[in-house]
Design a binder for this molecule. Sequence first.
Ligand code: PMP
Length: 374
Amino acid sequence: MPNPAMKLASRVSRIDASGIRRIFDLAKSLKDPINLSIGQPDFPVDDKVKEAAVSAIRADRNSYTQTQGIPELRDLSLAEEKAHTGRTYAPDEILVTSGVSGGLFLALLALVDDGDEVLIPDPYFVMYKHLVRLFGGTPVYIDTYASGFVPTPEAIEKAITPRTRLLLLNSPANPTGRIVPADVLQGIAKVCTKHGITVISDEIYRLFAYGPCPSISRWHEDTVTLVGHSKSYAMTGWRLGYACGHKDIIQAMTKVQQYSFVCAPSIAQYAALAGPQVDHTANIAAYRAKRDLMVGILSQAFELSPPDGAFYLFAKVPGGLSGQQFVEKAIANNCLIIPGGVFSERDSHIRICYTVPDAKLKAGAELLVRLARG
Ligand code: PMP
């Protein structure tokens, strides 16, 4: 029974969790399904990272840290940025966050005013539009279906109005696996510079890149780059990431973190110092092979373009069914995937996550092909 005395803030009614919830409700009855819906790696946290976490606990590193993060991790992350993007940041241009979700929350809270428009290439990571709305902004979608899921500089410029404040970029992308190429990023940077638009660049999947993976921060100074440990180190529950950008933005985000998250989890921060000792080569090679396996089987019945990175495939449902209708068929056959409509204003596709053992992956892909053939 709803409590008649309870009055929720109106901002909460601007967001809803119904899309994903509906799928998980449908999936509740499944026993040991072929689960191609979970967006996280299936390899364990590296022993060196685990040992660093245990040592940190034993050494009583259990207190709050500085709001901006421990200096050793900030230094390490700045070195990582230099190596990945070639960009050098000052010490006050980085903030350690509670995952990329924490970074997105703080960046949008710090940058979006009531009525501001935020450009979001569609398909998009599900959190973006809800956070923008929560903070009073208006999501403006840039449909990328006709351009191979790459947002073009022309489409971005067309969507800009005097209220446009931000562009949210995600490369490699969830749910499409698309990496935005360097020449396109340079074009986007030009447009954003011309119109004074800040870019939030969500680079959580940049380790899982099966080719070059440039960052727009190289060409667009007014970028807030968000990097995460969740996927690279398979530590989704440890809640760690960082944000780099102009010091005024980072300071504003730090101020909000001080009164909200306080700091990212201390143990996770100390554990991440072991990051440089981790060899990711085998994990990346394994996901590339899984991608190839899936593309090989699924392209027999689905229209898809091979993803360049991350660990998702976004495939068009054949036969005029919506994403939701196809997912209901898959769930009836004990296979769990997500309808494209969860990540898009359209519902013509399905998202398949391929971080499961090969035998299950193959069984899942073959089942989806059978269902697609009707
Ligand atoms: N951005 C994207 C594109 C994601 O897919 C995810 C997780 N699914 C996140 C951000 C959030 O990740 P985390 O908060 O664990 O760093």
